[in-house]
Design a protein around this ligand. Structure first.
Ligand code: GLA
Length: 381
């Protein structure tokens, strides 16, 4: 894809482009915890969005999307473009302008191999690539942390998803072979080596695109905020679910809707599962790690209700297969992938079994995605 993006740039806009890439991500555990200022454990992957870019000295930006085979002209002082893929580019540039930088017009060609709508954060990869590239060609001096916030605010203000910071952070801070234990409140992070001996990580894509996800995502976020507001009336210093314990939640349960209680208890338990999983990882205890992943799926499906029949079906096979240490839905939910931690000795049999059973149940083939934990945003040329 890198070569294709370069070739297309030459074809459309000529010589002299710089080329950048920023990847998608997996998340081992800690789902829907980021916007509740808890912990997450993502890693960048070997699938990325590539961008060839060059200032053009004119008034209008010229953009070409390889994946959509579409080109447009875009005026940064005008309205948001109608093409969704271009709104991400526009949003990133506008967020940079809000932070006091003048983004001059540029030519851009981009494309990628992060499967779209599969829960691997193709949109964060795009925001991070564009942010990283503009920052570099214009010498704005934003830090990677600021670029992650710029990507996140692009989602909030130009796409309409009030996401947390996990995806953009992973795309910008990822390193080869390491997962990121990120505290989403302080943004302190620790890179942990992740090379599970005797095991492999594999994703199964349900091929269900999560179209409902954005509106339901915002609903979940609002439900968490409603729970925080109840506890904050009684306990000083409560600003997010990060500050709320199960005891507090149970004490004020009577003052909140049952659904709010269920959402909040999922988040509090998910944070604890992540901390337990991290201690297990430090000891090389992948069995406990896998059990926590299974618990995460159960909570996401039954308490947070962001799964779907296809994801539940895949996770359930994992939970009932010897040698599959952990299986759970990954990302925002309502479709996309499961992530599986599987012993090498059962790997091939598991992949063919799950593929067949999924096909006979839903009449379509799940996509099997191998991932390698890889480097975050960088300049290629
Ligand atoms: C999406 C969002 C993230 C995070 C996950 C769920 O990927 O973009 O910020 O909330 O869902 O963990």
């Amino acid at each position: 894809m890198k070569t294709k993006v370069q070739e297309q740039f030459k074809k459309h806009y000529g010589e002299g482009a710089s080329v950048y890439s920023s990847p998608g991500r997996v998340n081992l555990i800690g789902e829907h915890t980021d916007y509740n200022l808890g912990f997450v454990l993502p890693g960048a992957i070997d699938k990325a969005i590539y961008a060839a870019i060059k200032p053009n000295g004119g008034k209008l930006c010229r953009l070409y999307s390889v994946d959509y085979d579409q080109s447009i002209e875009m005026d940064l002082s005008g309205d948001k473009p109608k093409e969704q893929w271009a709104q991400y580019v526009y949003g990133v540039a506008k967020e940079m302008e809000k932070r006091g930088k003048k983004v001059e017009a540029f030519d851009l060609v981009f494309g990628g191999d992060v499967p779209l709508g599969a829960g691997l954060s193709s949109s964060a990869a795009l925001e991070s690539t564009i942010g990283f590239a503009l920052n570099d060609i214009y010498g704005f001096g934003f830090t990677r942390e600021e670029l992650a916030k710029i990507g996140q605010m692009t989602e909030h203000n130009y796409v309409g998803v009030r996401c947390g910071i996990m995806d953009q952070f992973a795309s910008l801070f990822g390193e080869d072979g390491k997962v990121i234990r990120l505290d989403c409140r302080s943004l302190e992070y620790k890179l942990e080596p992740f090379k599970p001996t005797g095991c492999k990580v594999v994703l199964f894509d349900t091929m269900v695109k999560h179209s409902l996800a954005s509106s339901e995502y915002n609903v979940r976020r609002a439900q968490c905020e409603a729970g925080v507001a109840v506890v904050a009336k009684h306990v000083k210093g409560i600003e997010s679910l990060r500050d709320v314990t199960m005891d507090m939640l149970d004490t004020y349960k009577g003052e909140m809707e049952d659904i709010v209680y269920r959402r909040c208890s999922f988040v509090i338990n998910e944070n604890q599962r992540l901390l337990d999983a991290c201690s297990a990882l430090e000891k090389g205890d992948y069995v406990t790690m896998g059990q926590k992943m299974n618990g995460s799926h159960e909570g996401l499906s039954k308490w947070y209700e962001v799964s779907c029949p296809e994801l539940d079906f895949l996770a359930d096979i994992g939970h009932n297969t010897d040698g599959v240490l952990g299986a759970r839905m990954m990302g925002g939910g309502f479709g996309g992938c499961t992530i599986n931690l599987v012993e090498e000795k059962v790997f091939d049999a598991y992949v063919s079994d799950i593929t067949e059973r999924y096909k006979s149940k839903f009449g379509k083939q799940p996509r099997v995605i191998d991932v390698v934990i890889s480097q975050g945003a960088h300049k290629i040329i």
